[in-house]
Write a protein that binds this ligand. Structure first.
Ligand code: UFG
Length: 330
C-alpha cells in the first residue's frame, strides 16, 4: 500500500514516514519545505516539493504517485501564532486542506488521515478529555482543524471517503534518526533541552498563576513514535469504518514538572524564569485515549515522561544544529 504524506519533511510527518517504511508501506512525501527539512525525509521515500496552495501541483502528485491513502500533516500548528495571525490558519490551513481533499476525491484516493488537535476542546471543563467532550476550539488553529474534520464528515457522506481524525495532545520525543527542529522553536521540551545544552540562557515559564497544583499549565506529552504507531493502526482500521481518536498518554505534567524531569535526565541545572501567560493557553489538557486503546489495541510504548525527554535529549545531543547541513539519511 502506498501513502502520500503531506508535511513528511516536518517533525511528526517525517517520523511517521519512517515508521510506515519500516512496516513495509511505500511512501511519497509532499512538502513545500516552508517549515520542514529535506534532510528529515527518509531516503526510501519518493519526494515531491510542492505547495498545497496549488491545486494543480497536488493533483499532479496524486496522478503521478497513485496513493492508496493520504496522511495530512502539512499545516501551521501553533496555538499562540494563530492568535496573532488568524488568517494563516482560518484561510491557509483550511484552503490547503480543502485543495488536498478535492484532489483526493477527484483522484480516487479513498483513505485519508488528518492530523487534528486537542485544541478542538478549548479550555475543557473535564479533567480528562474523551471524544465526547464538547467541541469549542480554543484558537484559530483549533478552528481550522475542526473545519477540516467537518469537511471529512461530509466527504464521507457524499463521496464515500474513509477517514481517521487523530487529535494529538502534545507530541514530543524523537526516533533514533528524526527529531524536533522548528525555526523558531516554540515548544517547551526542545526549548528546555536547549537550555540544558547551553544554547539558551533560561526557559521562561508562561504563567504560574493557573488553577493547577503548582500554578503552571498541565499538558499530556505523547511520544512521537507512539503517535506514528497510531497512524498505522488507524489506517489499517479504516476498512471497518471512520475513526476519530484523542491521542495522549492520559497523564498530565505541569511545565515545572517537565523542567524538573529534564534536569534529572540531563543533569543540567536549567535556569527558569516566570513570565506572562501566553494567549490561547488553557490550564490543563489531558487526553482519554481509551477509545483507540479499546478499539485498535493501541498502547504507548514510551509512556514515561523520562523516556520521552531522554529520546529528545539524545537526538538533540547527536544533532545540535538539528537538520542544518546534514546529509540525507535512512
Ligand atoms: N511553555 C512555557 N514556556 C515556553 C514554551 C511553552 O511555559 O517557552 C508552556 C506553554 O505555555 C504550555 C506548555 O508549555 O503550557 C506546552 O507548550 P508547547 O508550546 O510545547 O505546546 P502547546 O501545548 O502550546 O501546543 C501543542 C502543539 C499544538 C497542539 C497542542 C495540543 O504545538 O499544535 O499541543 O494540546 F494543538
Amino acid at each position: 500500500m502506498k501513502v502520500l504524506v503531506t508535511g513528511g519533511a516536518g517533525y511528526i510527518g517525517s517520523v511517521t514516514s519512517e515508521v510506515l517504511l519500516n512496516r513495509g508501506y511505500e511512501v511519497a512525501v509532499f512538502d513545500n519545505l516552508s517549515q520542514g527539512h529535506r534532510a528529515a525525509v527518509p531516503a526510501d521515500a519518493e519526494w515531491v516539493q510542492g505547495d498545497l496552495a496549488s491545486p494543480q501541483k497536488i493533483r499532479e502528485a496524486i496522478d503521478q504517485h497513485r496513493p492508496d491513502a493520504v496522511m495530512h500533516f502539512a499545516a501551521r500548528s501553533l496555538v499562540g501564532e494563530s492568535m496573532d495571525a488568524p488568517f494563516a490558519y482560518l484561510r491557509d490551513n483550511v484552503m490547503n486542506g480543502l485543495n488536498l481533499l478535492d484532489a483526493c476525491v477527484s483522484g480516487g484516493v479513498e483513505r485519508f488521515i488528518l492530523s487534528s488537535t486537542a485544541n478542538l476542546f478549548g479550555a475543557p471543563a473535564s479533567a480528562v478529555i474523551d471524544e465526547q467532550a464538547p467541541i469549542a476550539p480554543g484558537s484559530p488553529y483549533g478552528e481550522s482543524k475542526w473545519a477540516l474534520e467537518r469537511a471529512l464528515h461530509w466527504l464521507s457522506q457524499t463521496k464515500g471517503l474513509r477517514f481517521a481524525s487523530l487529535r494529538y495532545f502534545n507530541a514530543a520525543g524523537a526516533s533514533e534518526a528524526r527529531g524536533e527542529h522548528h525555526t523558531p522553536e516554540t515548544h517547551l521540551i526542545p526549548l528546555v533541552l536547549q537550555v540544558a545544552a547551553g544554547h539558551r540562557e533560561h526557559i521562561t515559564i508562561f504563567g504560574d498563576d493557573y488553577d493547577t497544583p503548582d500554578g503552571t499549565c498541565i499538558r499530556d506529552y505523547i511520544h512521537v513514535l507512539d503517535l506514528a504507531d497510531a497512524h498505522v493502526l488507524a489506517l489499517q482500521a479504516l476498512e471497518q469504518g471512520n475513526r476519530v481518536y484523542n491521542l495522549g498518554n492520559g497523564e498530565g505534567f505541569s511545565v515545572r514538572q517537565v523542567i524538573e524531569t529534564a534536569r534529572a535526565v540531563t543533569g543540567a541545572a536549567i535556569t527558569e524564569r516566570v513570565g506572562q501567560r501566553r494567549a490561547g493557553d488553557p490550564a490543563r489538557l489531558v487526553a482519554s485515549s481509551y477509545r483507540i486503546r479499546d478499539e485498535l489495541g493501541w498502547a504507548p510504548q514510551f509512556p514515561a515522561l523520562e523516556q520521552i525527554i531522554d529520546s529528545a535529549w539524545r537526538w538533540q545531543q547527536r544533532h545540535p544544529e538539528g537538520y542544518i547541513d546534514r546529509a540525507l539519511h535512512k
